[in-house]
Design a protein around this ligand. Structure first.
Ligand code: NDP
Ligand code: OXD
Length: 318
């Protein structure tokens, strides 16, 4: 048998039985969500696949050689005080995740472009009424975060006809898309009608989507007022500012998949504001088969002495 792997995925209770062992047929697989494994000794286990792991996880798994995140984001792991400093942390990058995210982003942009919220209201009132419908090319979508997800969303929005601009920490060259680096934020915002957040949560991005930023978006574009869409992390947005901006007309609408506190508390005013679409952190869920195949591939590379892919830069925080 090869070295064992411990799995502590918050969503493990919903996966089909046997799927973990099938993915690693030649290893002992310790699934923490199995009642028999709750107290298992994890010393000597070199690999961990985790998503919202137990608070004592790193105190128990003291001999890790590689840690795999169950998702693309790693803020949930980097925030653990007892995370071992020198163990590589690998995030999940896969077309199954990227495609799902782009589907969600394109759908939200189209819902706002085509005023779907109002048409749904009209339908409930059995009201036959047309609204002005700008074409995608008249609207500029600004994407904050041009990584694996942001770049794919940019291409697909472009295919739909949107004018797309992008902003990232370091300057990117993407065909047909005007890009800005960190210093170009204001110029980027000034032409953005639909702002899409696909940023990781770091000390730099925490609270970045706030009243000051919303006030810099293009205010008289084809949608009337700018729209804010976020599927990165809720910690990057200030929800009071979003609600206020919607109420006073700085923003004309929003689509939110991520929240400061999840699940979004029932008392949040965001649930009931007009032209707001809310999804429960479901824009791009990790496909379990694809995730396990990715981890198996990375372990095979590691054991063959090849470099791991998608290793998180701890300094940058993503
Ligand atoms: P990547 O690491 O590939 O890309 C991150 C992008 O953000 C890069 O372009 C990076 O810039 C940019 N960035 C980071 N920090 C800053 C900063 N301070 N200022 C400007 N730009 C910055 O991540 P992914 O695209 O794979 O994923 C992005 C995030 O999406 C994840 O971290 C996760 O939080 C979220 N996510 C949400 C899901 C959901 O279902 N809602 C599903 C999957 C992911 P640069 O290119 O210069 O490094
Ligand atoms: C992720 C997520 O980071 O689902 O993959 O949020």
């Amino acid at each position: 048998m090869k070295s064992p792997i411990v799995i502590d995925l918050a969503f493990a209770t919903q996966v089909p039985p046997g799927i973990f062992q099938n993915a690693f047929p030649d290893r002992d697989v310790i699934n923490i969500s199995d009642p028999g494994n709750r107290e298992r000794d994890l010393t000597g286990v070199p690999y961990a696949l985790i998503w919202k792991q137990a608070p004592d996880f790193f105190r128990r798994a003291t001999d890790l050689k590689a840690i795999f995140s169950g998702g693309a984001g790693v803020d949930h792991i980097l925030g653990a005080g007892d995370l071992p400093a020198d163990v590589p942390l690998v995030r999940f990058v896969d077309p199954s995740l990227t495609n799902r995210m782009s589907e969600w982003v394109v759908m939200q942009c189209l819902l706002h472009l085509r005023q779907h919220y109002r048409y749904q209201q009209f339908q409930r009132e059995s009201r036959w009424q047309e609204l002005p419908q700008p074409e995608a090319k008249e609207a500029t979508v600004g994407i904050m975060g041009l990584g694996e997800l942001g770049r794919d969303a940019a291409y697909k929005l472009k295919v739909m006809g949107f004018n797309v601009v992008g902003w990232s920490r370091t300057k990117k060259a993407i065909d047909g898309i005007e890009t800005y680096d960190h210093s170009g934020l204001d110029a980027f915002l000034a032409q953005t009608d639909i702002l899409v957040g696909l940023l990781p949560l770091t000390t730099e991005t925490r609270g970045i989507f706030n009243a000051r930023l919303f006030a810099k978006l293009r205010s008289e574009g084809p949608l009337g007022k700018p729209v804010f869409i976020n599927a990165g992390r809720g910690g990057s947005q200030v929800e009071n500012s979003i609600a206020t901006a919607l109420k006073i007309g700085i923003l004309g609408g929003a689509s939110l998949d991520v929240f400061e506190v999840e699940p979004l508390p029932k008392k949040s005013s965001l649930w009931n504001l007009p032209n707001v679409f809310i999804t429960p952190h479901a824009a791009a869920v990790s496909d379990i088969k694809a995730l396990l195949a990715h981890v198996a591939r990375q372990i095979a590379r590691f054991e063959a002495g090849e470099p791991l892919q998608y290793v998180v830069d701890r300094q940058r925080g993503y």
